[in-house]
Design a protein around this ligand. Structure first.
Ligand SMILES: NC(=O)c1ccc[n+]([C@@H]2O[C@H](COP(=O)([O-])OP(=O)(O)OC[C@H]3O[C@@H](n4cnc5c(N)ncnc54)[C@H](OP(=O)(O)O)[C@@H]3O)[C@@H](O)[C@H]2O)c1
Length: 212
């Protein structure tokens, strides 16, 4: 596939670019700076663009088969930029006539039990609340875009640089936890989950949790 990767210079974005390229996809990687460290491949091109601008998104997306987002508020940005990004990306894809969108979301809106979301639990770190709320608002915007073939893929509660094992589990709108009750995924395996879903389209119109 010819893939537009938004947020390609970020921690998850770089690993997603590497995963896409290892499977033979062509990747256009977007960030505001237009530079992506650590990704060097003939099938990769880094470009500058603003994902809060629907015109920019439409121009960048044109001619691609699908868009993958690993966008996040960079240091110093308000978490609310996530909703501006979602609005611009949805509008930009429509204008570019690209249907498929795989979005890196947040775990805060996943269920951890009957009628309880992760963000509502006592242990949820206070400092993560603003970005988790913005990610849920961004999901609400996406969930109304029924004309797009979207999947909102959330990491586990904890995601860090680690190993690529190729093993992970998913759950529809639920937090994935291991036998000890921990919710974790490496960024490398999260990138595997994003690209698996891009290729298989098993969870269109789904808020997917991932973890071990
Ligand atoms: N447990 C969880 O739920 C959890 C944990 C971690 C992360 N996440 C989510 O995963 C996503 C990515 O995380 P990350 O740690 O990989 O983020 P990151 O390292 O901060 O990367 C963010 C990327 O977005 C780009 N970007 C920011 N503003 C942009 C704009 N206006 N236009 C174009 N590109 C823009 C950045 O590049 P430039 O700054 O150069 O533009 C960068 O490539 C975030 O949405 C975050 O909320 C969820």
């Amino acid at each position: 596939m010819n893939v537009l990767l938004l947020g390609a210079s970020g921690r998850i974005g770089q690993r997603t670019a590497t995963e896409l390229l290892s499977r033979g996809h062509a990747v256009t990687g977007v960030s505001r700076s237009g530079t992506v460290e650590g990704v060097d491949d003939d099938a990769f091109v880094a470009v500058a663009g603003d994902a809060t601008d629907p015109d920019d998104v439409a121009k960048l997306a044109a001619g691609h088969d699908a868009v993958v987002s690993a966008l996040g508020p960079s240091d110093g940005d308000s978490p609310d930029v996530l909703t501006a990004m979602m609005e611009a990306v949805v509008a930009g894809l429509r204008r570019a006539d690209v249907d498929r969108l795989v979005w890196t979301g947040g775990a805060g809106g996943l269920s951890v039990g009957p009628e309880t979301l992760l963000i509502e639990t006592d242990d949820f770190p206070e400092e993560w609340e603003p970005v988790a709320r913005a990610a849920i608002e961004a999901y609400d915007i996406l969930s109304e875009a029924e004309d797009l073939e979207w999947t909102y893929v959330a990491p586990a509660a904890l995601i860090e640089p680690g190993e690529r094992t190729g093993e992970y589990r998913t759950a529809d709108r639920e937090l994935v936890t291991d036998e000890e009750g921990d919710s974790y995924i490496s960024m490398e395996d999260f990138a595997v989950a994003l690209v698996d879903e891009l290729e298989a389209a098993n969870a269109v119109h789904t808020y997917l949790g991932t973890g071990y």
